[in-house]
Design a protein around this ligand. Structure first.
Ligand SMILES: Nc1ncnc2c1ncn2[C@@H]1O[C@H](COP(=O)(O)OP(=O)(O)O)[C@@H](O)[C@H]1O
Ligand SMILES: [Mg+2]
Length: 226
């Protein structure tokens, strides 16, 4: 499970410390799917980065299956992120010179021993089939639509079977039809793989599809009732 306790984040600025998050606490179990909404600048991305082991909180603790990423060495933290956490950003962040299949395999280059390479490639093909891209394996990112790029990003985020899948406005740059497709695939693959899914979104429509909803405002997280 994901257990977040009393997270605070303060940035030093010339005009004194700037408090972005203050006392954020919540817990999610494997299989939970939560949407986080809130105004621009509220600290949503900051919170996701803290949960994902990318940004150390000023105080408070994060525990994913009992492991606190910020108690790990640099090397162990990198391995932990690679194995336990999948990230999807608003911009797909695919490598332009690599094919669709290669992009999905990139996270496995650091972790998978070479003897499991064949199994890993099969898993990448399976994931790409699940997001409907079996006939795009050799395309470069520039040869894909925005929605297709996000579907590749989804397959890449899941290739190492993460426990925690973090998405920062994953449909923010897509038209409505593509956004619906990406959102449906995201929720379906989350259910199949039983991740803990957290999605930051501005879209009330997307948030409404999540069983758990929170709003981030005034530096804290509040449950939104149905
Ligand atoms: N490195 C930093 N130093 C100072 N302020 C920052 C830094 N990173 C983000 N902020 C500020 O933190 C606030 C929250 O940012 P962010 O988490 O990106 O918000 P959101 O994703 O909700 O739009 C913003 O006001 C931003 O200016
Ligand atoms: Mg943001």
């Amino acid at each position: 499970m994901l257990d977040v306790s009393q997270i605070a984040k303060t940035y030093p600025t010339p005009r004194g410390p700037l408090s972005i998050l203050s006392g954020v606490s919540f817990s999610l179990q494997r299989g939970d799917a939560a949407a986080i909404m809130g105004p621009s600048g509220a600290g949503k991305s900051t919170l996701l980065y803290i949960l994902g082991g990318l940004e150390q909180p000023t105080s408070g603790t994060v525990a994913l299956d009992g492991r606190n990423p910020y108690a790990l060495s640099e090397k162990d933290l990198a391995a932990f992120r690679n194995q336990a956490i999948g990230f999807i950003f608003q911009d797909h962040c695919l490598l332009p010179q690599c094919s669709v299949l290669e992009n999905v395999l990139v996270p496995t280059l650091v972790s998978a021993p070479s003897r499991s390479r064949l199994g890993t490639e099969q898993r990448a093909r399976d994931l790409l089939a699940q997001v409907g891209l079996s006939d795009r394996l050799d395309h470069r990112p520039a040869e894909l639509s925005g929605g297709e790029k996000q579907r590749v990003a989804l397959a890449r985020a899941l290739i190492c079977k993460p426990l925690l899948l973090l998405c920062d406005e994953p449909t923010g740059n897509l038209d409505q039809a593509s956004a619906d497709v990406v959102a449906s695939l995201l929720l379906e693959l989350h259910r199949r793989q039983e991740t803990i899914l957290i999605v930051v979104t501005h879209s009330a429509e997307l948030a409404a599809r999540f069983p758990l909803r929170y709003e981030l405002r005034n530096a804290n997280l509040y449950p939104v009732s149905a």
